[in-house]
Design a protein around this ligand. Structure first.
Ligand SMILES: Cc1ncnc2c1ncn2[C@@H]1O[C@H](/C=C/CNC(=O)c2cc(-c3ccc(F)cc3)cc(O)c2O)C[C@H]1O
Ligand SMILES: [Mg+2]
Length: 214
């Protein structure tokens, strides 16, 4: 049967990127998505903004919602100092299988824990599974209608602390109107918008960074 797009993306990484070199894995995926097949990775332009926020926060504990092929997982994990951990949630086993191999190829498996499951089920289990007290940084890039319920769940499970940073992809395209309205109007968040473009296109999109105020 015909391969899937994530499988073809993985093949490009295994054939063209340098094993153990996260930057070459990132560049290979960006080249593949720009010149062969578009895929819904955060991409190089928004990825640079993601990099700058991760470096600014330099989180000890980080959570990613929606691994997909592991592109942003590699972007984040490559910037984390030793002893820190990125937990990434993915409920599609086929995507998780590709992501595991992309993360492994980049040599970042010791910094990443990919958990197969739905965010709504797994978030309440974070403390018991990982001994996590709170998350310093959360990257949201999963189903857009799950952004708002999941941050309310993070709040409810006391997994955010004063100063925790949320960074959300696609707040313009495809768009996350309920989420934006909430983080921009709630007294519990200070929010700012980073204008950019939809990955590999000229269409406007952006990232919303929100600081939890407690
Ligand atoms: C609840 C939950 N738990 C765990 N994993 C979850 C989950 N919901 C989705 N996931 C996983 O995250 C991934 C989903 C990501 C959803 N992202 C998107 O739908 C998405 C779509 C576009 C886009 C823009 C314009 C267009 F014309 C077409 C597409 C661009 C993007 O950057 C995106 O992230 C894969 C899925 O299995
Ligand atoms: Mg996205």
């Amino acid at each position: 049967t015909r391969s899937t797009r994530p499988q073809r993306l993985l093949k490009a990484v295994q054939e063209k990127a340098m094993k153990g070199d996260p930057q070459s894995v990132i560049s290979t995926i960006d080249y593949f998505c720009r010149h062969s097949e578009w895929a819904m990775n955060v991409g190089d332009e928004k990825g640079s903004i993601l990099d700058s926020v991760v470096c600014e926060v330099s989180p000890t504990t980080a959570l990613e919602l929606g691994t997909y092929c592991g592109y942003s997982t590699v972007r984040i994990a490559r910037l984390l100092p030793p002893g820190t951990q990125l937990i990434t949630l993915e409920f599609n086993p086929a995507f998780a299988a590709v992501a595991r191999q992309v993360i492994e190829y980049a040599g970042l498996h010791n910094k990443v824990c990919l958990v197969e499951g739905a965010s709504g089920d797994m978030i309440p289990k974070m403390r018991e599974m990982f001994g996590i007290k709170t998350f310093d940084f959360v990257f949201l890039d999963h189903w857009k209608d799950r952004y708002l319920p999941d941050i309310k769940l993070l709040e409810g499970c006391q997994l955010l602390r004063k100063g925790s940073i949320l960074l959300a992809d696609n707040v313009i395209c495809p768009g996350t109107p309920e989420y934006l309205e909430y983080v921009r109007n709630s007294p519990h968040y200070k929010s700012m918008y980073y204008k950019s473009h939809l990955e590999y296109t000229k269409v406007e999109d952006g990232l919303e960074k929100s600081v939890f105020l407690g």
